[in-house]
Design a protein around this ligand. Sequence first.
Ligand code: ADP
Ligand code: TRP
Length: 331
Amino acid sequence: MKEIVLTGIKPTGTPHIANYFGAIKPALEMAEKFDNNFYFIADYHALNTIKSAEELKKHTYEVAATWLACGLDPKKVVFYRQSDIPEVFELNWILCNLTPKGLMNRAHAYKAMVQKNEEEGVDSDAGVNMGLYNYPILMAADILLFNTNYVPVGQDQKQHVEIAKEIARYFNNKYGEVFTYPKEIIRDEVKTVPGLDGRKMSKSYGNAIELFCEPSVLKKKIFSIVTDSSLPTDPKPTDHMIMELYKLFASAEEVKELENKFKAGIGWGEAKKILFEKSNEYLTPLRDKYNEIYENKEKIDEILKSGAERARSIAKQTLKKVRIAIGADRE
Ligand code: ADP
Ligand code: TRP
C-alpha cells in the first residue's frame, strides 16, 4: 500500500516492554504492509528531559539498536535521527506561528505538569520549559514534513496526532492545500501495557521492565510484581497484570491454559515463573541480536546517516512547497 507511515521514539531511557508491544512491534508489522515508512529517533524531543550529552548518545544508540534487533530493515524503512533533519526545525518555527497558544494550553503533558504544580501549591509553570510547552508543534513538524497518512502510536500519543491534524488544517486553510492530514493508529490489545505496580508502564514511573535486560534482572522484576496474600488454592482474577503481560508473549492457546489455572487456583510464585519462562523464551533471540548490534556503533551511525539522506530528499520537497505557500521561496 502506498500510504505513508511515520513514527518516532524518544531516546529518554532504555526501551521497555511497553515500548516494544505498544509502538515498535505494531509499527514493524505495518512496515510489512506499506511501501513508505519513516521511522525515527526523536532525539530533540528527548532534550526536554535528558540534559546530559552522554546519556542522550547512549539512549539514542539503544533505541536504534532496539529497532534494528526487532526486525527493522533499513533498506525498506527510512530510518533516521530527528536531529539530522534540519528541515524539521525550520518547519517547526513556521508552524509555531499558526498554532494558537490555547491549543498548547490543552496539551496533556503541559496540563498534567500545571495540575501537579497547583496541587503542590507552587507556581503553576514551575519546571515547565518551552520545549515541553511547544512539544506538540515539533511533533506536528515531524509528521507533516513527510505527508504522513498513518502514525502508529500508543494511546497516550493520540492527542498529539490530533493536534498535528489541527495544525495542518490551520495551515491549509490559510495557505492552500500543502499538508496531508495524519491519522493515529492505535492497537486495541496493546493500548496500555501495565507496569510492575499495575499503573501504565513508563520510564518515568520506575515500573518498567527493560526489553533487553539480562534474564536474571527480568526474573527479579517479574517476581516483584505486586500480588495479594491469597492462598495458592484460591482462584485468581484473570485480569491480573501477570495475565495481561503473559498475553503479550504467549499464543491464544497458552493464554487459555493459564486462564484456566488462574480460575482453578494457582500460587502467585508459580504464575510468575510461567510468565518469566515464556517472556524469556520470546526475548532471548532478540536480546542476542540487540547485544551484537549495540556493540557495532559505526554500523548504526552508517545506517542512520543513509536514512537521513533519504529522509531529507523528501523533507526538502515539502519544505519547498511550504516556503512557496508562505512567500519565503528563494527563486
Ligand atoms: P515512556 O512513557 O516510558 O517514557 P515513551 O513516551 O517514550 O514511553 O513512549 C514511546 C512509545 O511507546 C510511544 O508510542 C508510546 O505510546 C508507547 N508506549 C509507552 N508506554 C506504553 C504503555 N504502557 N502501553 C502501550 N504503549 C506504550
Ligand atoms: N511524542 C512521541 C512519544 O513521546 C515521540 C514522537 C516524536 C513521535 N515525534 C513523533 C511519535 C512523531 C510519532 C510521530 O512517544
